[in-house]
Ligand binder design. Structure first.
Ligand SMILES: Nc1ncnc2c1ncn2[C@@H]1O[C@H](COP(=O)(O)OP(=O)(O)OP(=O)(O)O)[C@@H](O)[C@H]1O
Ligand SMILES: [Mg+2]
Ligand SMILES: [Zn+2]
Length: 437
């Protein structure tokens, strides 16, 4: 992603902000070398404004990284930080949603019982039938019945217990719209609050600037050359379009008189360029704004800049942003959340943070169904439904179900075999080590 960005910027202003959160440390070293080469070879680069705040804390073989005292990865490799197995599994609400007679793709006419009020993991080897069950049947059918959607539903007989849930939310990795005007701040609804705050400042009141004027999506305070994007698209004959910084507003998106309105010496354009983590400090005294930013940080998006175009987010980032947006909304306590592999692309430390958030939603009485291969997640769920035993024709059955401790005892389950090792490792380490969180 970053690499692509640099390549497409040759001949134009090169600006790379805070790559240390986007790449692992080893990758940064590699990209730094690439960048140095690029600057030497491509003399057409006009400016190179590279804001690096990172340092490479470790690189080399896993053994070297393991011995590096400052590396979080090293701490996990040394087993000094780890995601712990919960001491208790939730008992749930005692209510169930039963999906009867599922025959979609390779699923073999199975009845699937989802205990509500629990964190449920759907496991099984690739091709065992997880997505067929969760997306093609469970989500599509519930969206149709609860929210009047008209999605194509996979083959199955029906539900028992649908009255126990009133909302279904599928938080997937598909991109968030295709408008470059959508940003993490707008998706979270936090930009509306920030605009209101700016409109309440004495300078804004004096000039009669209302909240709408601080929008970059409609005329008023925005730069009209770039229509508030900060960038302009130049169409190149025979070559892909190139985006260049707008030379009227210098990428600031707004007109000069609007930029003079400042909160703690920051203009609204400065806020859009800010990372979530820094904005948390800026808005520390404004609870309604801070609360939403905190949720973004909780799901591991603290490094993201508030004004980044949503179309440029990675699949995992888009999914976590959707999750954060859902968390910011009042939940019903009877919501069923579905997540297909939310840990894709996450570091161990990010997985630990994500788990805290997922468990929080279940603590509020909701049910969460996660399709997952990540063993750190599987060992912390309350209930597992293990599909298989193999992929394709050899799969489609429920091999094991119940809490991880019960699944660990099922010999023919591949998930069970892995869990058995993980759960016994927990017993050994529980006396001596600290816990990641
Ligand atoms: N539209 C389809 N037509 C025919 N077979 C399909 C179709 N979609 C999926 N399958 C098959 O059904 C089986 C289950 O697929 P599914 O996508 O549910 O697996 P999965 O458990 O989610 O795997 P993964 O972990 O790789 O995502 C696979 O053998 C797959 O090839
Ligand atoms: Mg799948
Ligand atoms: Zn402009």
């Amino acid at each position: 992603m970053w690499l692509t960005c640099i390549k497409s910027c040759f001949g134009h202003i090169l600006k790379v902000i805070a790559p240390e959160e986007v790449f692992s440390h080893g990758e940064i070293g590699h990209h730094l070398n690439f960048l140095r080469e690029a600057v030497l070879q491509h003399s057409r680069i006009i400016t190179s404004e590279v804001l690096f705040t990172c340092e490479v804390v470790a690189s080399g073989t896993p053994g070297t990284v393991q011995d590096a005292p400052d590396s979080q990865t090293g701490a996990y490799l040394r087993d000094e930080l780890y995601i712990d197995v919960p001491t208790k599994r939730r008992r749930g609400k005692g209510e169930e949603l039963i999906v009867r007679g599922v025959r979609q793709n390779n699923l073999r006419n199975i009845d699937v019982t989802l205990p509500l009020g629990k964190l449920i993991g759907i496991t099984g080897v690739s091709g065992s039938g997880k997505s067929s069950l969760v997306e093609e049947v469970l989500y599509n059918a519930l969206a149709n019945q609860l929210h009047k959607a008209s999605r194509p539903v996979g083959e199955f007989d029906g539900f028992d217990g649908i009255e126990h849930i009133d909302k279904i939310i599928n938080i997937d990795q598909t991109p968030i719209g295709n408008s470059p005007r959508s940003t993490p701040a707008t998706v979270m609804g936090v930009f509306d609050l920030i605009r209101q705050l700016y409109a309440e400042l004495p300078d804004a009141k004096l000039r009669g600037f209302k909240a709408g004027r601080f929008s970059f999506n409609k005329p008023g305070g925005r730069c009209e050359t770039c229509e508030g994007l900060g960038w302009r698209c130049i169409e190149m004959h025979f070559l892909p379009d190139v985006w260049v910084e707008c030379d009227t507003c210098n990428g600031k998106r707004y007109t000069g008189d609007l930029l003079r309105i400042r909160f703690k010496s920051h203009s609204i354009a400065d806020v859009l360029e800010m990372r979530v983590r820094d904005a948390l400090l800026l808005f520390d005294g404004v609870p309604r704004i801070r609360q939403r930013l905190q949720i973004m940080d909780d799901v591991g998006l603290g490094y993201m800049s508030l004004g980044q175009s949503s179309t440029t987010l990675s699949g995992g980032e888009a999914q976590r942003l959707k999750l954060a947006a859902e968390l910011a909304r009042p939940d019903t306590g009877r919501t069923l959340y579905l997540l297909d592999e939310p840990t894709t692309g996450l570091h161990f430390a990010d997985v630990a943070r994500l788990l805290v958030v997922l468990h929080r939603l279940v603590d509020a009485g909701n049910t969460m169904v996660i399709v997952e291969h990540n063993t750190d997640v599987i060992k912390t769920v309350d209930h597992i439904i293990d599909l298989g035993p193999e992929g394709g024709e050899g799969g489609g059955m429920i091999v094991a179900e119940g809490p991880p401790e019960a699944v660990a005892k099922v010999k023919k389950s591949h998930t069970g075999t892995v869990l058995k090792k993980l759960l016994s490792a927990k017993k050994k380490r529980s006396k001596k080590r600290k816990v990641a969180s």
